[in-house]
Design a protein around this ligand. Structure first.
Ligand SMILES: NC(=O)c1ccc[n+]([C@@H]2O[C@H](COP(=O)([O-])OP(=O)(O)OC[C@H]3O[C@@H](n4cnc5c(N)ncnc54)[C@H](O)[C@@H]3O)[C@@H](O)[C@H]2O)c1
Ligand SMILES: O=CCCC(=O)O
Length: 470
């Protein structure tokens, strides 16, 4: 296991020798002891990124593409090693960890193909005189802060486009899951990434380490994935240096089932949207809004599928306590427990797959991100009712809808306040597509053709009319 800081291509203890423990959520035992970065270590990491930026930004796009392609191949070869580490760090079942490795690696392949395709524009001004030239160049040194729930994919979703664009970076992974990020740093080194391009600092005091970096005029970009509450703090801190920010924040996904839906397909999609990563996903279905006429049959199908789903533990005691609190609040207000409804006894932060109906108006789990295997079912009477309920939170990351009516699907794409819409599917995540939200779910997009733009600046050059007098 890699447990030291990774700065300027070298593994190092923290400058004051302090460390912190990483727990296995299935056993609650210590998995590893990792270096605890000091604020000075964070600055050293930025120093290394700044020193490498000029040369790295000038490397040939093809050279950057080949490093990404090699990293893709190395991650794929080491799938089992990464999967075991992800499961040990945050608890998702091994099969889901293997799926995350494939998903995370795909960002490396996708942006290896995007790197040589960064292009500007050469046009003639509308009056036929000046030539208008736009060129793209790397935004500069970046700071990445990532969450624990997809410890590889949330890192590669930032690192890959940044490398493709020619940026250097400092990565601060979640304190719950630092090991996956450190292993990935080793793989990138093996793939040929030069020293200083990627630097990784691990800490249980993120604010102390990132604060000085956000105030440093040499930093040009912050890309954050995590809760909306922390995202808001970081946006405010980014104002000081007018940083480019990308924010992938919290969600509260509605899952709509209309009266004409294929209920078996909807129940299959619902289980995927609810229980992928045990519900610890920003795109997890948080509210099931079902047409009254099919609610009973859909709920029965959903509960039958959730009952047998292989769940891992939640990531820590705090996350499980929050899930318990939200379920108890709903039940105390009158919600009916169709399935589950409690934490499991014994070692590990396990919580039962849970389905609730008769949700009281104002129940906290309808407005707060559950981040666990709990499915509240609410009924609606009309499409307008469904859209109103779906839009009734400050979030707007993803929405899912099952209907066989094409026009209704197209109407939903224009009336739902969301960055992403899954139509008759329970998963939208794809490195070839722009992932991101609106409202309090974020700013910017990761993946797709849009993802690399987050790491590019545009320079516009006005050239006088070549046929005019100079
Ligand atoms: N939109 C997305 O793509 C996406 C993806 C994954 C997770 N998330 C969201 O992330 C949340 C769960 O992840 P989490 O618990 O790790 O979120 P979190 O916001 O608690 O932590 C995310 C990261 O921010 C760091 N952090 C916390 N406080 C900080 C501070 N004051 N200054 C600097 N860094 C700080 C943490 O150490 C961690 O690395 C959920 O809300 C989920 O919806 C969103
Ligand atoms: O929860 C985080 C995002 C997961 C995904 O990209 O599908």
């Amino acid at each position: 296991m890699f447990t030291k800081l990774y700065i300027d291509g070298k593994w190092a203890d923290s400058s004051d020798g302090r460390t912190f423990d990483v727990l296995d959520p299935a056993t609650e035992e210590v998995l590893a002891t990792v270096a605890e970065a000091t604020p000075q270590d964070g600055v050293r990491a930025l120093d290394a990124a700044v020193a490498a930026q000029a040369s790295w930004g000038k490397t040939a796009p093809r050279a950057r593409a080949e490093i990404l392609r090699k990293a893709f191949e190395l991650v794929a070869e080491r799938t089992e090693e990464f999967a075991q580490l992800i499961t040990s760090e945050m608890g998702k079942p091994l099969a889901e960890s293997r799926a995350e490795v494939a998903y995370g690696a795909e960002f490396l392949r996708w942006f290896s193909e995007e790197a040589p395709r960064v292009s500007g524009r050469f046009t003639t001004a509308p009056d036929g005189k000046n030539r208008l030239v736009t060129v793209k160049r790397p935004v500069g040194p970046c700071l990445f802060v990532t969450p624990w729930n997809f410890p590889l994919a949330m890192a590669t979703r930032k690192i890959a486009p940044a490398i493709a664009a020619g940026c250097t970076m400092v990565l601060k992974p979640a304190e719950l899951t630092p090991l996956t990020a450190l292993l990935f740093a080793e793989v990138l080194t093996e793939a040929g990434l030069p020293a200083g391009v990627l630097n990784v600092v691990t800490t249980t005091d993120p604010g102390a380490v990132t604060g000085p970096l956000l105030r440093d005029p040499r930093l040009r970009k912050l890309s954050f994935t995590g809760s909306t509450a922390v995202g808001k703090k970081l946006i405010a801190q980014s104002a000081d240096q007018v940083l480019r920010v990308s924010m992938e924040l919290g969600g509260n996904a509605p899952f709509l089932v209309f009266e004409d839906a294929d209920l078996d397909a909807a129940a299959d999609g619902a289980v995927l949207a609810k229980l992928r990563n045990g519900g610890e996903a920003c795109v997890a279905a948080n509210r099931f809004l079902v047409h009254a006429s099919v609610a009973e049959e859909f709920t029965r199908k959903l509960a039958a599928r959730m009952r047998d789903y292989p769940l891992g533990p939640l990531v820590d005691a705090k996350t499980r306590a929050k899930v318990s609190e939200l379920v108890e609040d709903a039940v105390e207000g009158g919600a009916r427990v169709v399935l589950g409804g409690k934490a499991l006894e014994g070692k590990g932060f396990f919580y039962d797959a849970t389905v609730l109906t008769d949700i009281p108006v104002g129940a906290r789990l309808l407005s707060e991100e559950i981040f666990g295997p709990v499915a509240p079912v609410v009924t609606f009477e009309s499409e307008e009712d469904a859209v109103r309920l779906a839009n009734a939170t400050e979030y707007g990351l993803v929405c899912f809808a099952y209907t066989r009516d094409l026009h209704r699907g197209l109407r939903l794409a224009e009336t739902l306040e969301t960055g992403m819409l899954g139509l008759n599917t329970g998963i939208v995540s794809n490195p070839a597509a722009p992932f991101g939200g609106v409202k309090h779910s974020g700013i910017g997009r990761e993946g797709g053709a849009e993802g690399i733009e987050e790491y590019l600046e545009t320079t516009y050059v006005a050239v006088s009319d070549p046929f005019g007098s100079v």
